[in-house]
Design a protein around this ligand. Sequence first.
Ligand code: PLP
Length: 478
Amino acid sequence: MPPNAESAAFRSALEVIRAVEPRVADAIGAELVDQRESLKLIASENYASPATLLAMGNWFSDKYAEGTVGRRFYAGCQNVDTVEALAAEHARELFGASHAYVQPHSGIDANLVAFWAILADRVESPALKRAQARHVNDLTEQDWFALRRELGDQRMLGMSLDAGGHLTHGFRPNISGKMFDQRSYGTDPATGLVDYDRVAEAAREFRPLVLVAGYSAYPRKVNFRIMREIADSVGATFMVDMAHFAGLVAGKVFTGDFDPVPHAHIVTTTTHKSLRGPRGGMVLCGPELADQVDRGCPMVLGGPLPHVMAAKAVALAEARRPDFAAYAQRIVDNAQALADGLLRRGATLVTGGTDNHLVLIDVTGYGLTGRQAEQALLDSGIVTNRNAVPQDANGAWYTSGIRIGTPALTTRGLGTAEMDGTAELIHTVLSQTSAGANPDGTASKAKYVLDPALADKVSRQAGELLAGFPLYPNVDLG
Ligand SMILES: *Cc1c(COP(=O)(O)O)cnc(C)c1O
């Protein structure tokens, strides 16, 4: 590959776009500048490789490909078949799964596919059989009512939102909370850790059809062998949503009891978080659920995105290389260095540390809400997001936590020394920020006071930390 191939590719693409709508080309260029300049600690974000990004920008986007490999409802899908089969093969090999479905457009979509597959597999429903024998467009109003009647009231047990669970694990703002009667398990108030005895007790009482493990904001490993035993003890289907930590599974940092694939009946994931692929989702399962999972489109999903499946194939091929395992280990090393740096400076962390890619700071120790802390850090060039902590007194909007993660900065090449520097910057901002007051004198949960000169200084220091680690070093847009 010529040394300037990546620059040439992106420059040419922008030139072609600029000729039609220059403002879009400008926004794309500006996004690269912003990404390069920000200290990105959002635990769910990453930087996909140029090859992954380029695999998405082409005529695969023009193709309809409803159906599965070799069995499409549209003609002329041979090349889509090639990339979908490749993506699925890489996924099976990488994760040791017997079946991979790579069509879901996002993590939420992957979960919906899994939920329907589980319902279809587990619940005796003539209406569902009728529905699956036809195209969704041919279903009558009565069919839908019957489906609702026969599938309603199934039970799901998942991790509570404030302990780090995800909205799609049966919570009201998501359709899963309407599909299922949900109950959740929290974490031990003293340690912040999953208490498996309590999960087992909840399962015995509630008798869920589905037990869900997986999280967006839990900084520790989960023992999936124990969770599977709990599911088996009540006859539940065990599903793991590894959206956040799929990269750590792919990179063999999570093995044995902590690798969900051998223990779960079905595993869902995003492809764009620690796995570092294109924005999308995926489902892995054994042969028992494979047929139902493959019905994802059109039962649950819109038409597949062949250009994104092409990019998934590229990113999964990258994740099978030895350097990805080294990357995954560095993600965890960096998260632990960040946690240690914060603890040494006096911060309070949920569970007292981390053994994955994320750290959850309880910012009430700094006298702040999550919202105040998030904004103060943003003013200082540090991009994070606010997040509830267990039993959060400030609720889901203001919150008491800041969630930070290392997959993105680790991709850039930052190491443990820079994580200590990052901890210093975060601690400086949080300890120098104070809560603001409302006009009537009461304490505000949103307003805060931070000296702009300090924010500027930290911004500059953040820039200096990043300077040695250029993002997309072979992409020069001129
Ligand atoms: C991010 C996330 C999702 C949703 O992924 P999208 O691609 O945004 O739909 C689902 N589950 C968990 C646990 C997540 O962290």
